[in-house]
Ligand binder design. Structure first.
Ligand SMILES: Nc1ncnc2c1ncn2[C@@H]1O[C@H](COP(=O)(O)OP(=O)(O)O)[C@@H](O)[C@H]1O
Ligand SMILES: [Mg+2]
Length: 330
């Protein structure tokens, strides 16, 4: 079965697209059949990172109902074992994607005859973006080691957790009504926390809530810290895990620490994935390391990416040493 790896972030411009492209190339180079899907509809630019022209039919054609089959959109790339599903630059954004089209895309992705499907998502927390992120219980969440980016990542997780719970209960059921009521009260500032909500659900709806809360427990998103410059950045990154654990009661893992690397913008200008043109660049090494750990993780085996704060610190040390970044130790 294909392993779906959505790549999301709270805000745009944090490096999702570059990561999706380089990670997919690295997985293909490790022998894994990989499909890269451009789901940043309305602002699609993944093809530029791959050096592919934008003229091919993409997901927009499904949305406009000019094309009926998702499979027909999968195209070859110059990289062996790497396939690509173009997005669309004209759609008014993922947020406005029709429900039935979203289901069709998700179904198409889930039945791809591939090892990995890497989804480059749009920024923000609209239902559609969140639903694509929830296509896996271990999606990648990209953040920069800055307070605003960390808070944006946390907001994204909060929205996602609400959405997950909401979807875990039957349509039209009392549970959903209770959730909506709780959310409204919270907006008024009554101060009840998300964990109080979990308690309340467990008390009032013991059977359905047990299943829903079980789903919540198996949701363990993975944070990628991008554009790290110093070891101190690790600390900011570990705040995401701390607040998500404390306020939402969910576990968060780290997937990688990717260093700030001047050759990244250069590779975008050249329209070539950095892991291909400069595999020895610090960014390439860190992405290749992530790809190797993902490839070693079997579809049903326990997660191997379960990095804790100390593991992240040692990854950061290695990534920064590879670049001999002048900011190191500052
Ligand atoms: N590790 C990095 N080092 C240096 N620049 C980076 C790095 N990651 C991303 N960038 C730059 O950040 C910009 C935004 O990246 P992009 O992948 O388009 O973000 P997003 O898809 O999240 O909007 C790009 O111009 C890219 O060159
Ligand atoms: Mg992008």
């Amino acid at each position: 079965m294909v392993r779906i790896v959505p790549v999301a972030s709270g805000k745009g411009g944090v490096g999702k697209t570059v990561l999706a492209a380089n990670l997919a190339v690295a997985l293909a180079r490790l022998g894994r059949v990989t499909v890269l899907v451009d789901l940043d509809l309305g602002a699609s630019n993944l093809h530029t990172c791959l050096g592919i022209k934008s003229s091919s039919t993409g997901l927009g054609a499904l949305a406009w109902r000019q094309e009926r089959s998702f499979d027909a959109l999968v195209m070859e790339t110059p990289v062996p074992r790497l396939h690509f599903v173009p997005g669309d630059g004209l759609l008014p954004g993922t947020a406005n994607l029709d429900h039935s089209i979203k289901r069709k895309i998700l179904k198409g992705i889930a039945s791809l005859p591939a090892d990995f499907a890497i989804l480059d998502l749009g920024a923000g927390s609209s239902h559609n973006v969140v639903d694509f992120f929830l296509a896996s219980s271990r999606g990648l969440l990209v953040a920069r080691p800055e307070t605003t980016s960390v808070l944006n990542a946390y907001s994204f997780l909060k929205t996602t957790v609400w959405r997950l719970l909401f979807r875990a209960f039957p349509r039209g059921g009392q549970e959903r009504a209770r959730l909506a009521e709780f959310a409204a009260r919270r907006l008024e500032g009554s101060g009840s926390s998300f964990l109080d909500l979990a308690d309340l659900l467990a008390r009032e709806f013991s059977d359905s809530a047990a299943a829903a809360l079980g789903e919540l427990r198996s949701f363990v998103p993975r944070v990628v810290l991008n554009q790290g410059r110093s070891r101190a950045d690790v600390e900011l990154g570990s705040r995401i895990r701390a607040i998500a654990g404390r306020n939402l009661g969910i576990g968060v893992e780290y997937a990688a620490f990717l260093p700030e690397d001047a050759s990244v913008p250069h590779s975008i200008a050249e329209r070539e994935p950095l892991v291909l043109t400069r595999p020895e660049a610090p960014y390439s090494l860190a992405v290749a390391d992530l790809a190797a750990r993902m490839a070693a993780e079997g579809p049903d085996s326990p997660p191997r990416l379960a990095l804790d704060d100390e593991d992240l610190a040692s990854l950061a040390a290695a990534a920064l040493a590879a670049g001999a970044d002048p900011a190191e130790g500052s």
